[in-house]
Write a protein of this length. Structure first.
Length: 319
């Protein structure tokens, strides 16, 4: 059955939910696992012409967040980052200049869900002004409406990272409907969509995971990703055993075939094995991030641009 599914994928036929679940159910130590990786790898090498991409993200603030995600270091009820701060526009500009000089394809500005929207627009406009023309500016912020999506585009943002998280409304204080409304706003404004199936834990079913892959495809995803959950200290999932790298690699391969993203496929956090499974893009991170208790993730969990570049080149993606 899986051979037939992979053959249809190679021919460009869209895969349905049952197909996705069947591929996700392939044993990680079986010959079918390697056939899946080969199919996803070939699809990306051809579609993206062997091009690899480096994205970077700057955490603009660190503060307790009313999204209250049970897996997040920013969660209101379990805030665990070692410092709270809000960077000034000048600080963000300085960091953006430095990161852009290292050679990146896109810069993400990330805030907690409660960050002031007008201030974010002001910072984004300033950053867009100093970024090289070929570097995209992407928003990673809380939920917003169509009017704000249009403001983001007018300010120079070309896309937004936004998702319906696994078990949204159960492991978070945000309803799935609110997240979907923001996805609709993103598409209505003509912004590119950056999507991810996350945060994947051992308790999540293949049905749940496949559902988010299909949602991403339905929205015409431009950049797709999968992310394993990190057991952040102080959160509900502290100490929870993560999924294996092979499992994450398999999920990445299936996501690549099911969603067929227009621009690139990512895995988060960066791992080497998924680069054999159609992943051609990785993130460097600066400032705080929701999977780390350090306010400077580049000195902790985060990867810098040099390390990301080396990983992509090691897999013979062309930067």
């Amino acid at each position: 059955m899986t051979d037939e599914i992979l053959n249809r994928a190679r021919e460009g036929a869209p895969l349905n939910k049952r197909d996705a679940i069947a591929l996700l159910s392939i044993g990680n130590l079986s010959p079918g696992f390697y056939a899946l990786l080969a199919a996803a790898n070939a699809a990306s090498r051809e579609r993206y012409r062997n091009r690899g991409y480096i994205f970077a993200q700057i955490g603009v603030n660190s503060a307790p967040c009313n999204g209250n995600c049970r897996f997040c270091s920013f969660a209101r009820d379990s805030f665990s980052v070692d410092a709270q701060y809000e960077k000034s526009a000048a600080q963000v500009l300085s960091e953006a200049r430095a990161v852009a000089a290292e050679g990146i394809d896109a810069l993400f500005l990330m805030t907690t869900a409660d960050f002031d929207q007008d201030e974010f627009i002001r910072i984004g406009q300033a950053v867009r002004y100093i970024l090289p023309q070929g570097v995209q500016l992407i928003a990673n912020v809380g939920d917003f409406n169509a009017g704000y999506a249009a403001r983001l585009r007018a300010a120079g943002f070309s896309g937004a990272y936004h998702i319906v998280r696994l078990r949204e409304g159960t492991d978070t204080d945000i309803s799935p409907q609110t997240r979907v409304a923001t996805l609709d706003a993103i598409k209505s404004a003509g912004l590119e969509l950056f999507y991810c199936v996350e945060p994947i834990g051992r308790e999540h079913t293949y049905d749940e995971i496949a559902e988010e892959m299909l949602r991403a495809r339905d929205y015409g995803v431009d950049v797709m990703a999968v992310m394993a959950r990190v057991g952040v200290r102080g959160t509900r999932y502290e100490g929870a055993e993560p999924i294996s790298e092979l499992e994450l690699t398999k999920i990445a391969a299936v996501a690549r075939l099911v969603t067929d993203p227009k621009k690139s496929m990512n895995v988060h956090e960066p791992r080497q094995t998924p680069l054999l499974a159609g992943v051609n893009q990785l993130y460097a991170e600066y400032g705080a991030n929701p999977r780390d208790t350090s306010a400077q993730t580049s000195q902790s969990r985060g990867f810098d641009t040099a390390r990301v570049r080396a990983m992509l080149r090691g897999a013979e993606w062309e930067i």
